[in-house]
Design a protein around this ligand. Structure first.
Ligand SMILES: Cc1cc2nc3c(=O)[nH]c(=O)nc-3n(C[C@H](O)[C@H](O)[C@H](O)COP(=O)(O)O)c2cc1C
Length: 354
């Protein structure tokens, strides 16, 4: 039986352990560019022993940013600094992962330290925001423009170009962000998608945009690259997107060459009561893994080494992703290795502290 520190190989990519840094916005970019903050932040977590280090959500086009300070990958000019980051992550033993995203109707908001509310052009924001349908996220948010068929084609192309740039920068894992109420989730969920064309209504129609993106992106990636998709396995709302649809979607994505389903949840509408507790989303990773027969990542309030190890040892997921715990402690993987009695990952420079 596998354990947390057993390396895992998927296609031609080997991870030294099953611990991943979950994508986390840093609200530290100007015009989408990565900078020294991202380099230090991400490389520290590679030094800290993680097997996979994801960037934050990188916007595939400027109006796909959640905040004006988000990372972006809509231009070839973004590649150079990202390449430097990948080089450092590789050098310290981790695999570098890029998350590609479009915020849709949740775009153009202030960064959390500035209150997180929608901002317009007067505060570095932009209009219009776009979505599957012209329904705002809340009464405070702008009403989005429903994408036309031509607009959808442009989004697909932008994801493909962004994936190409990611590969060019050296990222070995490319994750399509289809969770947390952002644009692709706004197509998946019947709570938002009210379209009457081939992108709305039935399950097949609602998943069509994601499926087209995955088909096109997988086609440009060789076996040296992994394609992950992050989904919200449930909206936690009756008549919303749910685990059964997630399983059916995952089966389809597997057939298209997706390697891992990163199983998160929620975010599609405000005010939803989510039953938070340690490992509260792991059950979704487990069901998708078992019922869609695809590798999964478990995420959400995983903080303890024994807890993470149990998830892997009992076959609930293939990889665990940690967010806030890895903000608190970039060396979590090292400490966990010590606690669970595995070989040290500790860099030689820190050896006397082991
Ligand atoms: C500061 C912060 C920024 C985040 N940014 C992203 C992001 O860019 N993309 C994403 O998919 N999830 C994002 N998340 C969600 C995390 O990846 C993770 O799924 C969530 O925090 C739950 O895991 P945790 O309990 O280990 O923190 C963010 C979370 C935090 C705390």
């Amino acid at each position: 039986m596998a354990h947390l520190f057993e390396p895992i190989k998927i296609r031609e990519v080997t991870f030294r352990n099953r611990i991943a840094v979950s994508p986390m916005c840093q609200y530290s970019s100007t015009n989408g560019y990565a900078n020294e903050w991202h380099l230090i932040h991400l490389a520290s977590r590679a030094v800290g022993g993680a097997g996979l280090v994801f960037t934050e959500a990188a916007a595939i086009e400027p109006k796909g940013r959640i905040s004006p300070q988000d990372l972006g990958i809509w231009s070839d000019k973004h590649i150079e600094y990202l390449e430097k980051i990948v080089h450092s992550i590789d050098k310290y033993g981790a695999v570098a992962g890029m998350q590609l995203a479009h915020a849709g109707r949740k775009a153009s908001t202030a960064k959390p330290s500035r209150g997180g509310k929608p901002v317009d052009e007067s505060q570095e924001g932009w209009r219009p925001v776009i979505s599957s349908s012209a329904i705002p996220f809340s009464s405070e948010h702008p009403t989005p423009e429903a994408l036309t068929i031509e607009g959808i084609q442009e989004i697909i192309n932008a994801f493909v170009q962004a994936a190409k740039r990611s590969a060019q920068a050296g990222f070995k894992v490319i994750e399509i962000h289809a969770a947390h109420g952002y644009l692709l989730h706004q197509f998946l969920s019947p709570l938002v998608n009210q379209r009457e064309d081939e992108y709305g209504g039935s399950f097949e129609n609602r998943i069509r945009l994601l499926v087209k993106i995955v088909e096109r992106v997988r086609r440009i990636l060789s076996d040296k690259y992994l394609l992950w998709v992050r989904i919200s396995a449930t909206d936690w709302v009756e008549n919303g997107w749910d685990i059964e649809q997630s399983i059916a979607l995952s089966q389809k994505l597997k057939s298209l060459g997706v390697d891992v389903i990163d199983s998160s949840s929620g975010g599609i509408i405000p005010g939803v009561n989510i039953p938070l507790k340690p490992g509260y989303q792991t059950e979704f990773a487990e069901r998708i893994r078992r019922e869609a027969d695809i590798a999964t990542g478990a995420v959400g309030l995983i903080t303890l080494p024994e807890q993470a190890d149990e998830i892997i040892c009992t076959g609930k997921a293939d990889i665990v992703l940690l967010g806030r715990e890895l903000l608190r402690n970039p060396y979590w993987a090292n400490s966990a290795a010590k606690q669970l009695g595995h070989e040290k990952l500790w860099p030689l420079q820190y050896d006397r502290a082991w």
